[in-house]
Design a protein around this ligand. Structure first.
Ligand code: ATP
Ligand code: MN
Length: 255
């Protein structure tokens, strides 16, 4: 009881919060009783010290800032009540790791959350810079906060870059796609300037949002990889990068 209050108070003090009523509406949805109970448990276990405000309110999930015992955290909470999740089936049902989940919304969302945790872990182990996952519990994924002092790093989409800086980032993005493919056996499957953060200190890209990432065994993995490649080339073409999709695919799939 006390800890939930503390979570609520901390949330109100946070600098990253938005004051509009839209956000309150969203939060009523997010912090339903089961979700609050999980946050309470995580807080009792010392995994979360205090919840902060919303970093992002997306279609299927909201991301919150939180304080951990030793570092800043991002808490991604998938909505159960107000999400559609039609698209999820295509990604998860054919994934050999998740063939046994029951076909109801709650279970699909829980599996999706676990899948994102596992994907981030695999990516991290393969040498791709991603938020380090901490724990996945039902519809809540806790991970390393990619930012500093409550400020998330900017999305690639919102970064102003010189051509040579863009080229540097592009090369690392391609190398990460190769590492994902070759070492983690994964295709991101929603890669674009909207799911890459940029560390302003050294311009390293950080891949995020890996719930939909699939293993190479997935029947559509080639198609997803091709789409990722096209998204990346479309974005970087404005910086004079003119590689052909086929060349890039070859590079990613090279030994
Ligand atoms: P959307 O529907 O808006 O795309 P989403 O459900 O796809 O949201 P993400 O892309 O994982 O969720 O995260 C949404 C936003 O939250 C990101 O664009 C990023 O700004 C922020 N974010 C996500 N994870 C982190 C993190 N670990 N550290 C800092 N910021 C993060
Ligand atoms: Mn996203």
């Amino acid at each position: 009881e006390k800890k939930i209050k503390r979570i609520d108070r901390a949330k109100d003090k946070s600098r990253v919060r938005e004051k509009d009523s839209e956000r309150l509406k969203v939060e009523e949805n997010v912090f339903d009783v089961p979700t609050l109970k999980i946050l309470y448990t995580l807080s009792n276990k010392g995994i979360i010290k205090a919840m902060g405000g919303a970093i992002s309110t997306g279609k299927e999930a909201n991301v919150f800032y939180a304080e951990g015992p030793d570092k800043e955290l991002a808490v991604k909470i998938y909505r159960i009540a107000s999400s559609t999740f039609k698209a999820m089936d295509a990604y998860i049902m054919k994934d050999p790791r998740f063939t046994n989940i029951r076909n109801n919304k709650r279970d699909i969302i829980f599996a999706w959350t676990r899948k994102e945790f596992q994907n981030l872990k695999r990516a991290k182990n393969a040498g791709v810079r991603v938020p380090e996952p901490v724990i996945a519990e039902k519809n809540i994924l806790i991970m390393e906060f990619m930012g500093e002092k409550e400020r998330p790093y900017p999305l690639l989409k919102n970064t102003y870059l010189e051509d040579d800086e863009a080229k540097l980032i592009f090369d690392t993005v391609v190398e990460y796609m190769r590492l994902l493919y070759k070492k983690a056996n994964l295709v991101h499957a929603d890669l674009s300037e909207y799911n890459i953060l940029i560390d302003p200190k050294d311009l390293t890209p950080i891949f995020i949002d890996m719930g939909q990432s699939v293993t190479l065994e997935h029947p559509n993995s080639r198609e997803f990889l091709y789409r990722d490649v096209q998204n990346i080339l479309r974005f970087f073409s404005r910086y004079g990068i003119k590689d052909k999709p086929e060349e890039l695919l070859k590079k990613i799939q090279a030994e």
